[in-house]
Design a protein around this ligand. Sequence first.
Ligand SMILES: Cc1ncc(C[n+]2csc(CCOP(=O)(O)OP(=O)(O)O)c2C)c(N)n1
Ligand SMILES: [Mg+2]
Length: 800
Amino acid sequence: MTAPTIARLAEIERRVLWLAAWTIHHANHVRPADEVKVGGHQASSASLATIMTALYFAALRPEDRVAVKPHASPVFHAIQYLAGNQTREKLEAFRAFKGAQSYPSRTKDTDDVDFSTGSVGLGVAQTLFSSLVQDYVTARGWMRDRRPGRMVALVGDAEMDEGNIYEALIEGWKHGLRNCWWIVDYNRQSLDSVVREGLWQTFESIFASFGWDVVILKYGSLQEAAFAEPGGDRLRAWIDRCPNPLYSALTFQGGAAWRRRLLDEIGDQGDVTRLIERRSDPELAELMGNLGGHDLAGLLAAFERASRHDRPVCFIAYTTKGHGLPLAGHKDNHAGLLTPAQMEGFRAAMGVRAGREWEPWEGARLDPALLEETVRRAPFFAAGRRRLTAPAVPVPASLSLPPPGTRPVSTQMGFGQILNEIGREDTPLAARLVTTSPDVTVSTNLGPWVNRRGLFAKESLADTFRAERIPSTYSWEFGPRGQHLELGIAESNLFLMLSALGLSHAINGERLIPIGTVYDPFIYRAADQLNYACYQDARFVLVATPSGVTLAPEGGAHQSIGTPLVGMAQDGLAAFEPAFVDELAVILRWAFDYVQRDGEGDPDETTWLRDQTGGSVYLRLSTRPLEQPMRTMTPALGRDVVNGAYWLRPPGPNATVVIAVQGAVAPEAIAATGLLAEDRRDVGLLVVTSADRLNAGHQAAERARQRGTADALSHVERLLAPLSRDCGLVTVIDGHPATLAWLGGVYGHRVKALGVEHFGQTGTIADLHRHHGIDANAILHAAQAVAPGRAVRHRKALSA
Ligand SMILES: Cc1ncc(C[n+]2csc(CCOP(=O)(O)OP(=O)(O)O)c2C)c(N)n1
Ligand SMILES: [Mg+2]
């Protein structure tokens, strides 16, 4: 990189720093006083201004993708503003409604965010998994002439405390990670404090042991030059010895303090003293602040060197939090803000005239035309918008199931059978499906699919058992054509892998339909990762099994209670819990289509669901084999299943009680319906396949009515409409009772909601259903309670 180019980049960096600081100042001091105030950001973003300038205006290529640490969002938006991709209005509305987002957001920002960040650690690992997905797509020959991009994360040093980063590192190592750069903003400050001494050495050895190159960017070129002067080695030794808090404190205090301290500690009346005395206070402050992460020339050279190979690289770039701002280095600066007086001083120092703060090149010390040219020529921006699309993969009208036998089947078994059937054939859907699981491939019934389709690895690896002719149910052939990504036992990695696979259409321009399997209770282990994947609008099908207390013999620790509520509450995720396999086949088919939708517009007027926008899908499945209903899946029934519920036994006109059931406790509800018939007339049985979608439609229809569409009616309202006002409702689920209890609020029916509130006890299914009060007898008691009248004769006393 030539000196004139570096000089231009240095000017651009000044503008980036100014605009980022001004954006935050504007939100706090210029916008109307009653608006939400902004903490954080100012110091935290300043430490990355140099690194991000070097990346975006020189080192990055259009195919590269970046996760920017959350608090560097103002720097990111400033860079996009200078590149013409961000508007002044959005910057003026930073953190306000529809303004530039506090943390870079793929879905809410409009300036080409590659990966959202916010919950620290997740964006970092996302880059690793995106790189693995890029390798997967490349191995299938789909990348054609597109160059692989580098997946880059800008990481806070305290962010490196997040355990999910290390889980990802292990997985990256196993899969031969390439094309991934993590740049640690080593400002030695977190939110509360100054980070531990010498952490860089620990990072260095961790990354090296996982096969990464580690590049330590400690000294800037000014410092390197000073070290070469007589006495420079002593200065260097002092810097190396200086504790982090002291370095920060002196940085905050400035040149005079540096001089006092240095002369005190290493002044020798000789070379070192002369080295220090040759510099004015501002020059000394500049020298001591010239850490590797603030040195454009050094950064550009390091990025250039790393571009010559595709090994993963961890850069540890020494920086100062708040670099270039009056609050640089102060330990309280995380939430700190420049005071209006400080901002005035900063404005004057940056040569920015009052009233011209938003002018892109105001105060530039070089001809703006030259700076514009540098921006225009930056490879990263040259290709325009980098978000790709991919056509939808056709989904057949129905998925085939093996002919129903007389043996009971669980939804988990049905899932395995359906995938096995898909895997048999050479269809576009089969080609684009990719499965992944954290060491529960076989126990979630993905085995038959994996036997057919193989496991993914960049290099082929035969199944040793097979080669040795040892009989085994499973054939584990690894190779570049494999369609299953086997993960170690780390649910965090599963969800981040799904997040990466589920964005392949936007990042690689190649559509994948990812299915991840997990034990239902372990959704909690990575609930934040799930939330993150949904927030990024990644598209995937999550199959969680076994679930509930119905997994009885699996053990109490694996029982899940709250996951149906997770499914209902998670934005961007449509949750289902089918009871029967024919329902599952319909739902899965719909899911393959739904995960690919990307439409806009008004909700469907029969359900009030916004299905055209698409989303991800969560299926809560069970290991409990159930007798299957002998029926034809008509289009009307299929629609009801997808919309969330259907009457397995419609209520008669004189119904005083109806039962609503979701999932694997259907046999208990069916039995109770039969037993009740002797004492209550016209009892109905509603099978709920998705409390989530029923509720979402209900809420949306209510909103539509409040906005004037008087006749808006949702699916659940239509289903419950025939019930008289004093009909009672018993709901039952192997999960938290709140999942279905709200059904009583649709028309104000009296409701008894049965479900599970405690977990941990092992036993047979019958033991546990009795214990938790979700068996047929408990349903009878509840029916008696909501529909008083003649005693329900089949009730037995409830056991304690
Ligand atoms: C999972 C999670 N926990 C807590 C936070 C709150 N938080 C935001 S930034 C931060 C620490 C930042 O330190 P560092 O990563 O070193 O970045 P710096 O502020 O130094 O730039 C914390 C705890 C968060 N965003 N995400
Ligand atoms: Mg930090």
